[in-house]
Write a protein that binds this ligand. Structure first.
Ligand SMILES: [Zn+2]
Length: 183
């Protein structure tokens, strides 16, 4: 399964590496290589080598903390301070190192600890700053992705219009058509 980067924020794309959390939960970071691939595809680091199972477990634990905090922010619910502490611990390490080689070419180097630090910093920036007010839950059930609503009117409903928006509209269309046939 390929990763999606549709939430408009790195930390929320990270949280979305579990799909369909409330129904057919699907873990997208099933193996250490999955995390290495995600980190490169997300543009956090150029290459991540030799991720251990323990490091994968650490990455997942950070991801779950980010997800719970972001969900609490989206729904205006209380949260567990242990999750704040976990994000803070991750962000306490030095992040991925960026070296600018030329205009249009930057090198991103680091190991798992640096990648988690970058993700922790990204989550801290999101959850601690004003953008936490823009976190929304996708309306396209059973999708459980969170996203940032940067639309001017504040009316974005779906993580992705192409996938969830069109699926919801198609379902509504089928429902209407069935009702029309019955009447
Ligand atoms: Zn969605």
């Amino acid at each position: 399964m390929s990763f999606a980067f549709v939430s408009d924020h790195l930390a929320l794309d990270f949280a979305a590496t579990v799909a369909w959390r409330t129904t057919r939960r699907r873990e997208l970071l099933a193996e250490p290589e999955d995390f290495a691939r995600w980190a490169a595809e997300a543009g956090v680091v150029d290459r991540l080598e030799a991720v251990s199972h323990a490091e994968l477990a650490e990455a997942r634990a950070l991801r779950e903390a980010v997800y719970r905090l972001a969900l609490a922010a989206a729904e205006g619910e209380p949260y567990d301070f242990a999750d704040v502490a976990r994000v803070r611990r991750a962000a306490a390490h030095p992040p991925v190192r960026l070296t600018l080689h030329a205009v249009g070419r930057v090198e991103r180097r680091g190991g798992v600890q640096e990648v988690l630090a970058t993700l922790g910093a990204s989550a801290s920036d999101l959850l601690g700053g004003p953008d936490h007010l823009l976190i929304r839950h996708c309306s396209g059930e059973p999708c459980t992705r969170l996203f940032l609503d940067r639309s001017q009117a504040g009316t974005r409903r779906w993580c992705s219009k192409r996938s969830c928006g069109s699926r919801v509209n198609a379902a509504a269309y089928r429902r209407r058509t069935r009702e029309d046939e019955r009447s």
